[in-house]
Design a protein around this ligand. Structure first.
Ligand code: GDP
Length: 507
């Protein structure tokens, strides 16, 4: 029932070819829905079903958050991770909603910083990775060098499934180990066509390398892959649509169907006897005249039906989900059901928040959607001091979306925002101005990092008494220690053994 869903994301460094590969996956797979644009070139496919109406009526743009395509009876849900250099919590959280990931590497560049960071996030959750070495139509680095770099830098077993017959000007095709065939480019543009040749005459040096590649690296092992210990490696050219079919087939064959999700001590499997899911992303208004937002729920179990009543953990009372956005709905048709692994967009007015669990019985609480300790902290100062209320609203909204974190100091009125990447600061200022008509400036803050504090009541009260000027509340009202330096954190940890100082907060 559930095994026909593959929910995955692409992780890569900017310019490695994620957008191009996404387009080709959708093209090859026959996209059902293209939510928003994938830097749409050529004719943009636009589905005109319920979510489009919502986009138009309410001014919400569901920009390429979820893309769905189908091939050979498998439904693929591709979740977009924002591609900029600075990563945000939004990216992290999207990776909590997938069952596997494709790691795209530029053949000329190998592992780049952003790839590595995103990989580490996948590793935290043992998300299985398929590697796609892209741009083999251009001069790249030697194949073994690339394979060894992946293995060494990521501490991961690599298992090549293909071998490029030349790269760049020498490129003749890609040998597929499974079939022994070489996929050869055909047609004048060398685009969109690959012919499989069974008796391809490999140049001698390539034939030797192919043998080395097959004996020198671990054989593919499904369990090791699914545990996140081994990555099968595919080669191709997204631009020339080469190796893309093989990649889709690999996802269909090896990538895990919806995995059980952690809920405290429990694991909730897809066959759990009720509909459950969690919100991993909230996208607010792009149009300042509207205050609606869409919460993205990763469905974990059960069969969802339109109009169903689910209870959000943050609200405590059931709400009917009348107009869900079901991304895999056929063009112009309104889908009425969704299965585990699917993403449901739920329009709401701010009741649904990142980290919320939705369920029929209101008993399950999914865990493991972290907030990360900010690495950059700034004070927010208003240009027009009468706009305090608007600023508070905006900061609450944007922290809910995961654009920033906000801290309200226990003493003094200057709110502090925290981010993990510099780019989030620019996004904040421009969105404050464009969407909330609030002109604000960021000023240096005396704090370097923040820690969520937990402990028994007495220890907490004692700590509060002596550290009031270093305490703040986050958006949920949880107590946060604002530290002037990492040393400060260590010092307080040692001095207060009854308290825990946590760099992440699970919601
Ligand atoms: P993203 O930043 O990862 O989304 O990368 P894009 O898909 O936008 O690609 C970055 C650049 O690399 C663009 O100019 C693409 O045309 C180019 N590109 C992507 N895939 C390939 C490929 O397979 N071969 C070559 N030669 N160029 C590619």
């Amino acid at each position: 029932m559930t095994s026909d869903r593959r929910t995955f994301a692409i992780i890569s460094h900017p310019d490695a070819g994620k957008t191009t590969l996404t387009e080709k996956l959708l093209l090859t797979g026959g996209a059902i829905h293209l939510a928003g644009e994938v830097k749409a070139r050529g004719q943009a496919r636009r589905a005109r079903s319920d979510w489009m109406k919502i986009e138009q009526q309410r001014g919400i743009s569901v920009t390429s958050s979820v893309m769905t395509f189908e091939r050979d009876g498998i439904t693929f849900n591709l979740l977009d991770t924002p591609g900029h250099e600075d990563f945000s919590e939004d990216t992290y959280r999207t990776l909590t909603a997938v069952d596997s990931a494709i790691m795209v590497i530029d053949a000329a560049k190998g592992i780049e910083p952003q790839t590595r960071k995103l990989f580490e996030v996948c590793r935290l959750r043992s998300v299985p990775i398929i590697t796609f070495v892209n741009k083999v139509d251009r001069e790249g680095r030697p194949v073994f060098e690339l394979l060894d770099e992946i293995a060494d830098m990521l501490a991961l077993d690599v298992s090549p499934q293909m071998y490029p017959v030349g790269m760049g000007g020498e490129f003749q095709g890609i040998l597929d180990f499974a079939s022994g065939e070489v996929v050869v480019p055909e047609g004048p543009s060398k685009e969109f066509k690959g012919r499989r040749v069974a008796d391809f005459d490999l140049p001698e040096d390539i034939a030797e390398n192919v043998e080395l590649a097959q004996i020198g690296y671990p054989e593919f092992d499904l369990d090791a892959y699914r545990n996140g210990d081994l990555t099968p490696v595919y080669f191709g050219s997204a631009l020339k649509n080469f190796g893309v079919v093989e990649l889709i087939e690999a996802i269909a064959k090896y990538a895990p169907p919806p995995r059980p999700q952690p809920a405290g001590e429990e694991q909730i499997a897809p066959d759990h006897d009720e509909v459950t899911g969690f919100i991993f992303k909230v996208q607010a208004n792009m149009d300042p005249n509207h205050r609606d937002r869409i919460a993205f729920m990763r469905q974990v179990s059960g069969t969802f039906k339109r109009g169903m009543k689910l209870t959000p953990s943050g609200l405590g009372k059931p709400v009917a989900i009348h107009s869900p956005i079901l991304f895999f709905a056929q063009d112009r048709e309104v889908a009425d059901t969704a299965e585990p692994g699917d993403i449901i967009g739920i329009p709401n007015h701010g009741t649904l928040r990142v980290g919320d669990t939705l369920s029929e019985k209101n008993q399950v609480r999914f865990t493991g959607l972290p907030n990360f300790a900010p690495e950059i902290l700034r004070r927010v100062a208003l240009v027009d001091p009468t706009k305090t209320k608007q600023l508070r609203k905006a900061l609450d909204d944007l922290s809910e979306e995961g654009v920033i974190q906000v801290f309200y100091p226990e003493i003094g009125g200057q709110w502090i925002i925290g981010v993990v990447g510099q780019l989030q600061l620019d996004v904040l200022i421009s969105r404050l101005s464009a969407e909330y008509k609030v002109e604000a400036k960021l000023e240096a803050s005396p704090f370097a990092t923040a820690r969520w504090i937990k402990g028994d009541e007495k220890a907490m009260a004692e700590f509060e008494k002596f550290n009031l000027s270093n305490l703040a509340k986050d958006r949920d009202g949880d107590l946060v220690f604002m530290a002037k330096s990492p040393w400060d954190v260590n010092y307080q940890e040692e001095k207060n053994p009854d308290l825990t100082f946590s760099a992440t907060k699970e919601r």
